[in-house]
Design a protein around this ligand. Structure first.
Ligand code: LHQ
Length: 261
C-alpha cells in the first residue's frame, strides 16, 4: 500500500493548487513535506501553464509548523535543519516568478504561520487563525517570521504576538494586515479559486517583474528602487503584454494576456 502524498497538486485554469496533506496532524511539516513542496514550487516556476500558485491545507488546519513527533533523534542541528528545509522553501516562495497565494483554511502555527505570511496574497477562511507558537516550546520564530511580521504590524506588536503566542483570528488578521481578504468557510475553496483565476488573467510577465521590484525595494533605499524600476520597466515595455495592453485600451476592449500553446 502506498502512503497518501504529503502534497496534493492540481491545476485548473492556470492555477496550481498545492495542498499540504497531513490532516491528522493539522498538516504539521516533516522533511518530506517541506522538500516536496519546495520541489513542486520550483517545477511550477518552470511550467508556463501555471500562472498562479495556491498553497492550502487539507482538513481543518493550514499548517501546525514543525511536526514535533519528527524532531527527536534527528542527526541535524536546528541550524542545519532550517538551512536544509524551511529556508529554501521560504526563499523559493519569495523568488518565485509567479504570484503565490497563501490560502489559510484553518490554524497556522509556528513555521506554518510563517508560511501563511510568506505568500504574495493571503486569503483566509473566517475560522482561520495564526499563532506565533514558538515561544510555547521555548524556541524563537523562524522561517521568515522575524522578518515578515514586524514589517506588517511593527516591532512592538510583533514582539507581543511572539512572546505571548496569542491566537490571531481572521477579523484581527484583516485589521492588522496579516491577510488581504476573509471568505466564508463553506465557500472558501471556490472563492480562492475564483480569486486566483482572476489573478491568472493578469499580465504574468509584468507581475513577475512587479514582484521582483517590490521584493528588492523592501530592503533597498529610494535611489536603488528608482534605478531598479527604470531597468525593469524596460523589460516590461519591450514585452508583447505591453503592446497588447495598449492596443486593447485604444480599441476599448478587454486585454487578452493569456496566449495558449
Ligand atoms: C501535531 C502538531 C505538531 C505534531 C498538532 N506536530 N502533531 C523549525 C525547525 C526545527 C525544529 C523545530 O521547529 C521549527 C519550526 C516550528 O514550527 S516550531 C513550532 C511547532 N509547532 C507547534 O508547536 C504547534 C503545536 N500544536 C499546537 O499548539 C496545537 O495543535 C494548535 C494550536 C496548532 C491547534 O490546536 P487544536 O486545534 O486544539 O488541535 P490539537 O492540538 O488537538 O491537534 C490536533 C492533532 O494534531 C493532535 O493529534 P491527536 O492525535 O491528539 O488528534 C495533535 O497532536 C496534532 N498536532 N500540531 N506541530
Amino acid at each position: 500500500m502506498t502512503a497518501d502524498p504529503v502534497i496534493l497538486a492540481r491545476t485548473q485554469a492556470h492555477v496550481l493548487t498545492l495542498t499540504l496533506n497531513r490532516p491528522d496532524k493539522l498538516n504539521a511539516a516533516n522533511d518530506e513535506l517541506l522538500l516536496t513542496l519546495t520541489r513542486e514550487l520550483q517545477a511550477a516556476d518552470a511550467n508556463p501553464d501555471v500562472r498562479v500558485v495556491v498553497l492550502t491545507g487539507a482538513g481543518r488546519g493550514f499548517c501546525a509548523g514543525q511536526d514535533l513527533g519528527d524532531v527527536s533523534g534527528r542527526d541535524m542541528t536546528f541550524t542545519e535543519h532550517l538551512h536544509h528545509t524551511y529556508n529554501p522553501l521560504i526563499r523559493t516562495i519569495r523568488g518565485l516568478g509567479k504570484p503565490v497565494i497563501s490560502a489559510v483554511n484553518g490554524v497556522a502555527a509556528g513555521a506554518g504561520a510563517s508560511l501563511a505570511l510568506a505568500g504574495d496574497i493571503r486569503l483566509w477562511a473566517a475560522s482561520a487563525s495564526l499563532i506565533e507558537v514558538f515561544s510555547n516550546i521555548a524556541l524563537i520564530p523562524d522561517s521568515g517570521s522575524t522578518w515578515t511580521l514586524p514589517r506588517l504590524v511593527g516591532y512592538h506588536r510583533a514582539f507581543e504576538l511572539m512572546a505571548l503566542a496569542e491566537r490571531v483570528r481572521a477579523e484581527d488578521a484583516l485589521r492588522l494586515g496579516l491577510c488581504e481578504h476573509v471568505f466564508a468557510d463553506d465557500t472558501f475553496a471556490a472563492d480562492v479559486q475564483a480569486y486566483a483565476e482572476r489573478l491568472a488573467q493578469r499580465p504574468a510577465h509584468a507581475l513577475k517583474l512587479t514582484k521582483q521590484a517590490l521584493v528588492a525595494a523592501l530592503t533597498s533605499g529610494l535611489d536603488e528602487a528608482l534605478d531598479q524600476e527604470a531597468a525593469l520597466q524596460q523589460l516590461a515595455g519591450d514585452h508583447w503584454e505591453h503592446e497588447e495592453g495598449v492596443s486593447a485600451f485604444k480599441a476599448k476592449r478587454a486585454p487578452q494576456f493569456i496566449r495558449e500553446g
